[in-house]
Design a binder for this molecule. Structure first.
Ligand SMILES: Nc1ncnc2c1ncn2[C@@H]1O[C@H](COP(=O)(O)OP(=O)(O)O)[C@@H](O)[C@H]1O
Ligand SMILES: [Mg+2]
Length: 157
């Protein structure tokens, strides 16, 4: 587990961009945290790190937005998803097991539909101001990325 303090929205985007540069084909990130925690902001950074030129907005109503960068970037938000049947209809496996990078806001709600391995990203309001990001590798695939994040966090992360 790695924790990183994010002073402001710019820091969230910067961290997302640094993480985005580390990602490869088929990587999956689950973005957790309450409304306003910074999930979409982090995804905007991921897009920058993946060299997406288009503007990344919240896919809350469209559920899935596909962007083209150095890899395809699938930005998904399942906040408004109504039940397991609707989740199945999204055809998530196409994204999870494809050659792009997938980031899912509220992804923990997908439970059994999640791939066996993913990078868990939890964003929380920091009582001291800003946000606190907590990263955990779900499966050995993400151990390397977690180590890179540990370097970014520095001592105390
Ligand atoms: N580290 C941070 N410190 C303070 N505000 C932040 C930080 N990261 C993001 N924000 C702000 O929080 C608000 C909600 O962010 P957003 O990414 O839309 O959250 P979510 O997608 O989790 O609902 C935005 O105004 C964003 O600029
Ligand atoms: Mg959002």
């Amino acid at each position: 587990m790695v924790q990183i303090r994010l002073q402001d929205a710019g820091a969230t985007r910067e961290l997302g961009a640094a993480l985005g540069r580390l990602l490869g084909p088929g990587d999956v990130l689950i973005l957790r945290g309450e409304l306003g925690a910074g999930k979409t902001t982090l995804a905007q950074g991921l897009a920058r790190g993946l060299e997406v030129k288009a503007t990344v907005t919240s896919p809350t109503f469209t559920l899935i937005q596909e962007h083209q960068g150095r890899l395809p970037f699938y930005h998904i938000d399942v906040y408004r998803l109504e039940g397991p049947a609707a989740a199945l209809e999204l055809g998530l496996d196409e994204y999870f097991y494809g050659q792009g990078v997938t980031a899912v806001e509220w992804g923990e709600r997908l439970e059994g539909l999640l791939p066996p391995e993913y990078l868990d990203v939890y964003l929380a309001y920091d009582p001291a101001g800003g946000r606190l990001a907590t990263f955990a590798a779900r499966g050995p695939r993400y151990h390397c990325i977690l180590e890179e994040l540990r370097q970014i966090a520095g001592p105390g992360g």
